[in-house]
Design a binder for this molecule. Structure first.
Ligand SMILES: Cc1ncc(COP(=O)(O)O)c(C=O)c1O
Length: 391
């Protein structure tokens, strides 16, 4: 047989999924591994989905998305995110994953470089590799896991085509602060780079100091916003998201989107028309309240046990902490935590090789479960400290 795509050997199963699958072999393990919200999808969305099936809304929709869905999502963007985009500046996609795929496929030529601030969501690099381009890791450690123009500038070459910004970030949960965001916008507007702003966590935020990159008029021509309802509305399995970009760019992105998926699922698109319902917003607010309580509790515990992180995360539902102090790297720490205490977290190496001494803890779980997990983590670190004293 002839060779497959020669880039495929560069691509492996996500380390998050690999580790999660390994942990599943241990009975009764408490999982703080995946970014899978605990809550059910808001009731108005579920009701709309049932209605869609009963009304036989089961046909192809226009490639860009059903007109009523586009209206609803644009209204949601205006009212909740202060994003003002037109009807020809949006594509309804199969989660933000497909929005990312369509964007990267449309932007990249062989040899291009894509800047990825690290630690990073592991979904980006394999796509970049698949398109014969290369990912360039921008280490954000010295900027407290935020991105600054000064650091970014050091990584830009004539081959740089695009930058992916994840704000709030997975795995750190960190939100770029207002000053840095404004400075980044000023800096980027002076470059010819495309920017993909992955804002899937931007409704799970614990501060008022937030502004989407799409609110900077000066970035309009070079910006693609990808977003979804997976995390915010606990809809990971429904596979629905959207992409926003200036109309000429959207017209081009549509070419990839159309031939990848034709359109997003008609039933899901219909369901999402309940996105602006007051009850949907009430249920979302309740989720965020619970996440905040989990974040506060987990941060307090981890701080007390001796883990370190440069700042308290203001978004998403992850904590990314260094395990340096305990004499193990992140891989060994995570493995021993499963084997000895029955608690699963993700080694930092899943988010870039430079973060071997970190682990990610996902706190979108029931509060009582989180409490149990924290007690077990405390036992683990106490044991490790005793080991190191006796060594
Ligand atoms: C930062 C980030 N972007 C994109 C995705 C993909 O999400 P979806 O395709 O469900 O919208 C995830 C999922 O974990 C993520 O963490």
């Amino acid at each position: 047989m002839k060779a497959l795509n020669t880039q495929l050997p560069l691509i492996t199963t996500s380390k998050i999924r690999q580790f999660d699958a390994w942990c599943s072999r241990f009975e009764g393990v408490i999982k703080l591994t995946l970014g899978q919200p605990l809550f059910p999808t808001p009731s108005p969305i579920k009701a709309k989905a049932k209605e869609a099936i009963d009304r036989d809304i089961t046909r192809y929709t226009p490639n860009v998305g059903a007109a009523e869905t586009i209206d609803s999502v644009l209204q949601y963007c205006r009212e909740r995110l202060n994003l003002h985009y037109g009807h020809d500046e949006i594509l309804i996609t199969v989660g933000s994953s497909e929005a990312l795929t369509a964007s990267l496929r449309s932007l990249l030529n062989a040899g291009d470089e894509v800047l990825i601030p690290t630690p990073a969501y592991p979904g980006y690099e394999p796509l970049i590799n698949l398109y014969n381009a290369s990912a360039v890791h921008v280490d954000t450690r010295s900027d407290r896991f935020e991105l600054t123009p000064e650091t970014l500038q050091k990584y830009i070459t004539p081959r740089t085509k695009c930058l992916i910004i994840t704000d709030p970030n997975n795995p750190t949960g960190i939100l770029i602060n207002r000053k840095n965001r404004d400075r980044l916008a000023d800096f980027l507007a002076e470059t010819d780079l495309y920017i993909i702003a992955d804002e899937v966590y931007n409704r799970i935020i614990y501060t008022d100091d937030y502004r989407s990159f799409g609110t900077y008029e000066k970035l309009r021509k070079q910006l693609i916003i990808v977003n979804s309802f997976s995390k915010s509305h606990s809809m990971t399995g429904w596979r629905i998201g959207f992409l926003l970009a200036e109309r000429n760019l959207t017209k081009e992105l549509m070419k990839s989107h159309q031939y990848y998926v034709t359109s997003a699922c008609s039933v899901t698109q219909y369901a999402i028309q309940a996105i602006n319902d007051a009850q949907t917003e009430r249920e979302l607010a309740a989720m965020v309240r619970d996440y905040r309580a989990c974040r506060d509790y987990a941060c307090r515990c981890l701080n007390e046990y001796g883990f370190t992180t440069p700042q308290i995360p203001q978004g998403a539902f992850y904590l990314f902490v260094s395990v340096d102090k305990f004499g193990l790297d992140g891989d060994s720490f995570a493995r021993r935590l499963v084997e000895e205490q029955g608690v699963a977290i993700i080694p930092g190496s899943a988010f870039s090789d430079s973060y071997k001494n970190y682990v990610r803890i996902s706190y979108c779980v029931d509060f009582e479960i989180l409490k149990k997990a924290m007690e077990k983590i405390k036992i683990m670190v106490t044991n490790l400290m005793t080991e190191s004293i006796n060594r």
